[in-house]
Design a protein around this ligand. Structure first.
Ligand code: NA7
Length: 531
């Protein structure tokens, strides 16, 4: 290490799954570290998205840390898919169990982070004006954490309450007797709408693009199932951790094009009945061949027609884009909720909302009166939170300028020109294309091992090299282009945010990524410049 004395060895931004485990690893390395967290508590995405119905779409026994055997044995999950509330309880437990809270500064929003080239350290300024210096800055600010509030004309003129699923009121909201408008039919809209319908007098859903959603079939977790997995939890994690999504899905190595129709239908029926995202693993070519894709897409559309009684509503709810191109959702009674007399759909049919007026929402000249608008309009995904931190690297270059034509990283972990800045599940890492928790553990372990290496070698600076970054960006783009994931306007491409450059933001394929990271580390952090 050089002689510059910093307040801390490392500053971690965010106290969600990524930040908490990062802090634990930094403690174990004997480094002086602190988390700065904008929220008033731990949980990250799960803290902010506390809307009714918020639930994980990976099974709870897998959407949890594996790094500590005692932790994974002692924690008892109550449902197949954990609610946001239960996940928050779990993360608070982790925080206390590993004595992390002492090094978390809450209500601490980063407004700038500037790299000092001469001393190789970062100065972080918080909204309060407080500054902190550290050798390393580690962003664990999350990929779905920067809420997207669309700039619809007249939005601020609305006379009623305005909520966003990604920034839900801490004390909840009482919808009883209210006329509620829900804008957005991605995962959040699909989860929250049936819950709102249980309380509200009237629910009107404004849909721009119909999503594919599969029944979650959530249920209390059978203690026998939990015990069986815990009998060899480590083995279970290792087995499934090497699968494409790092989660237990039965990948069927059969083409939808060659599977006889009766066999294909039986397989899809079985997966539909079981519930969960493994529906998408019924065939091996759904995301590779658009004809194969139609087999699953048409099956889902049939299910919608069979569930939704009003044929016009069923037709409007039937997705037109390829299956899986936008994130496939999991739901609890989403389609059936449209059969209730107080629930209706306004199909924007690729168009938009004209404007918002004090009394409601105007579409095609018609005003839909409401008391509450719930924006379920998603996130500035993958890059939003990073770009909101005012990060400046070498030569005073801002991260926003560096990424003006799209995010560029090496392994999703670093970006050239910003030494000693690390990202947990950064752009071009597997992140949302994987079960997020193992993806986070992979990145945290890589970063922590790297910091341990620098410490042992007496080095104080690490920076991704331009050639390595170029090659990685090209590789991630080429993998995505070889699939059907780039065929629609998804947030994977940044296409949900007006003006955002269209670049594929995730590496598809977790096992290959893990192998690459392992190899890079084994070669003394090949592709990084170390000083
Ligand atoms: P998503 O999946 O980005 O969904 C946002 C929804 O909001 C989607 O239906 C959008 O339509 C819609 N939207 C966005 N802007 C507008 C405007 N201006 N007017 C009308 N409708 C709009 O976010 P979620 O929060 O549901 O889920 C994000 C992830 O969190 C999810 O995939 C899980 O991984 C967890 P569009 O499709 O863009 O036409």
């Amino acid at each position: 290490m050089s002689e510059v004395q910093t307040d801390l060895d490392a500053i971690v931004v965010g106290a969600g799954f990524g930040g908490l485990y990062m802090l634990h690893r930094l403690h174990r390395l004997g480094l002086k570290a602190r988390i700065v967290e904008k929220a008033g508590g731990v949980g990250g995405t799960w803290y902010w998205n506390s809307y009714p119905g918020a639930r994980c779409d990976i099974e709870s026994l897998q959407y949890s840390y594996k790094f500590d055997e005692a932790l994974q044995q002692e924690w008892v999950w109550s449902e197949r898919y954990a609610t946001g509330v239960e996940i928050l309880r779990y993360l608070n437990h982790v925080c206390d169990r590993f004595n992390l809270r002492r090094d978390i500064q809450f209500n601490a929003c980063v407004v700038s982070a500037v790299y000092d080239e001469a001393g190789s350290f970062w100065t972080v300024t918080l909204e309060s004006g407080q500054t902190l210096t550290a050798r390393y800055l580690i962003s664990a600010s999350g990929v779905l954490s920067s809420a997207n509030m669309p700039n619809i004309a007249g939005r601020d003129s609305f006379a009623g309450a305005v909520l966003h699923t990604g920034n839900w009121p801490r004390d909840g909201y009482d919808f009883a007797g209210k006329r509620v408008a829900v804008i957005g039919t991605g995962s959040s809209g699909i989860q929250v709408m049936p819950e709102i319908a249980k309380q509200a007098a009237q629910v009107t859903v404004f849909q721009r693009t119909a999503a594919y959603t599969i029944p979650a079939r959530n249920a209390p977790l059978d203690p026998a199932v939990q015990a069986a997995i815990k009998a060899d939890y480590r083995g279970y994690r290792e087995r499934w951790g090497r699968m494409p999504l790092a989660a237990e899905f039965e990948h069927r190595n059969v083409s939808a094009l060659t599977d006889p129709p009766e066999s294909a239908r039986a397989e899809m029926e079985a997966r539909w009945a079981k519930g969960g995202v493994s529906f998408g693993a019924a065939f091996n070519d759904l995301m590779m061949d658009s004809e194969a894709n139609k087999v699953a897409a048409e099956f889902v559309r049939e299910k919608i027609r069979a569930t939704v009684k009003d044929p016009a509503t069923a037709e409007a709810l039937s997705p037109k884009q390829l299956f899986g191109c936008k994130r496939v959702c999991l739901d609890s009674d989403y389609y059936a909720t449209y059969n209730q007399p107080h629930v209706s759909l306004v199909n924007l049919a690729g168009g938009g909302i004209d404007r918002i007026v004090p009394e409601g929402i105007v579409v095609a000249g018609k005003t839909y009166a409401c008391d509450v608008i719930v924006f379920a309009t998603g996130f500035d995904a993958m890059t939003g939170s990073l770009l909101r931190m005012g990060i400046r690297g070498k030569g005073g270059q801002s991260l926003a300028d560096k990424w003006a034509a799209g995010a560029r990283t090496y392994l999703g972990v670093q970006t050239q020109g910003f030494p000693n800045l690390f990202m947990v599940t950064g752009p071009q890492s597997p992140s949302v294309f994987t079960n997020m928790v193992p993806a986070i553990e992979q990145d945290v372990d890589f970063i922590a091992d790297c910091l341990g290496y620098l410490k042992v070698k007496g080095l104080h600076s690490i920076e991704a090299q331009a050639e390595a970054e170029d090659a990685w960006v090209k590789h991630v783009g080429a993998v995505a282009e070889s699939t059907l994931y780039t065929s629609c306007n998804s947030w994977y491409l940044g296409a949900n945010i007006p003006g955002k450059p269209r670049v594929f933001l995730a590496h598809i394929g977790f096992p290959n990524y893990v192998d690459k990271c392992t190899q890079v580390a084994a070669m003394g952090y090949e592709g990084f410049a170390l000083l």
